[in-house]
Design a protein around this ligand. Sequence first.
Ligand SMILES: Cc1cc2nc3c(=O)[nH]c(=O)nc-3n(C[C@H](O)[C@H](O)[C@H](O)COP(=O)(O)OP(=O)(O)OC[C@H]3O[C@@H](n4cnc5c(N)ncnc54)[C@H](O)[C@@H]3O)c2cc1C
Length: 385
Amino acid sequence: MAANTFAPPTTFLRPNLPRLSRSAHVVVVGAGVFGGWTALSLLRAGMEVTMVDAWGAGNSRSSSGDETRVIRSTYGANRFYFDMNVRALELWKENETRWNKKLFHNVGVLWLCYEDKTPLVDDSIPFADAHGMSYQYLELSTLKKRFPQVNTEDLHHGWLDPYGGYLKARESCQAVGEAFVREGGKFVQASATPGEIKSGRLSGLSLSNSGSLQADAYLFACGSWMGQLFPEVLGNVITCTKQEAYYFGVPRQDSHAYDTLPAWVDVDGDDFYYGIPGNASRGFKIGVDRRGEAFDPTHGDRVSNPDVLARARKFIGHRFPGLKNAPLVESRVCPYENSPDGNFIFDKHPEAENVIFLGGGSGHGFKHGPALGEWVASQLVELKA
Ligand SMILES: Cc1cc2nc3c(=O)[nH]c(=O)nc-3n(C[C@H](O)[C@H](O)[C@H](O)COP(=O)(O)OP(=O)(O)OC[C@H]3O[C@@H](n4cnc5c(N)ncnc54)[C@H](O)[C@@H]3O)c2cc1C
């Protein structure tokens, strides 16, 4: 697919966004997957770009800072995200070749379906076919045979998307950050605070290293911190919840068989567990998509909740019986930066024409990073020099 051919939903189209000349200086605050890829795309479009991050690209507090993230195109009837992910896949592959770094692991994504009809998957099938990326329908007998580790007793069938898999998450953010600097961008490690808004424009940023920054435009891609930075505008729009992921130790004698399973999603409609076997050798990862409690991404302790862990253990023992008594070898708490409807937010500050917001990844943003960054740059940069 050619670049930028996906059509965004109308909620995402912002005709009032500023158009910046190619000689403009832009400051991007946040070096997570959204900020990093946007900064790199703006730089590659010929702009002067400074990227600022309080704790560095892919840091442990950020949403992008986990070991791995699932990459899948499946979004039910939502063609925008499907197409954006197809473009993202192209860009992940193109850049990992350019950087000689393995970031995308094409292990496939296995959807475990309980009913004859599963709209979340079924409604994506026409898009997959149109892209020549068809999924494989697995009858229960085939599912059992191909993936004997999976308990299929309460399932109806499976779908295997052979084009998806997982990405190395924090390593990708670091690779993007390094490429950004190598290609001429400037990186500053500091916490940024927006200055005054005067005559409809932000006057600058003050930095925790006693410095300040002035630019033609400021793009804030601050993940879970967006609501704290702009409480009046985003305080109730981007909210942060505590999310948990657990890495379990697989049996010594079967480690290869477990580690080479595809990424999986259990479509039970409740906890919505998903997992990344192998998980870059860190353990059999299981994530909980059900929203956790409100969380402070700066000061919150990253200690898992015993009830959430107990439920996840129970589930994993049920779905993967060979892991019933598997030890927990690592766990992570990561913040979700939730938008009201789960869609990304790309908009301008209502009172400052030179301030742009990019966020609301809502538990599914990582995979889209490169395509989103490319698209955002195409919306902001004047085509003529
Ligand atoms: C447990 C979990 C599982 C997930 N699973 C998946 C998945 O399988 N697939 C998928 O595609 N997505 C997944 N996601 C979602 C995805 O990880 C996020 O949507 C994405 O990482 C958000 O990136 P971001 O750049 O917006 O935010 P972040 O990664 O949080 O980056 C924001 C950055 O801003 C910096 N910052 C904040 N405030 C300031 C300031 N004032 N000054 C300077 N710097 C500042 C922070 O240090 C941080 O580095 C998951 C998320 C979680 C938490």
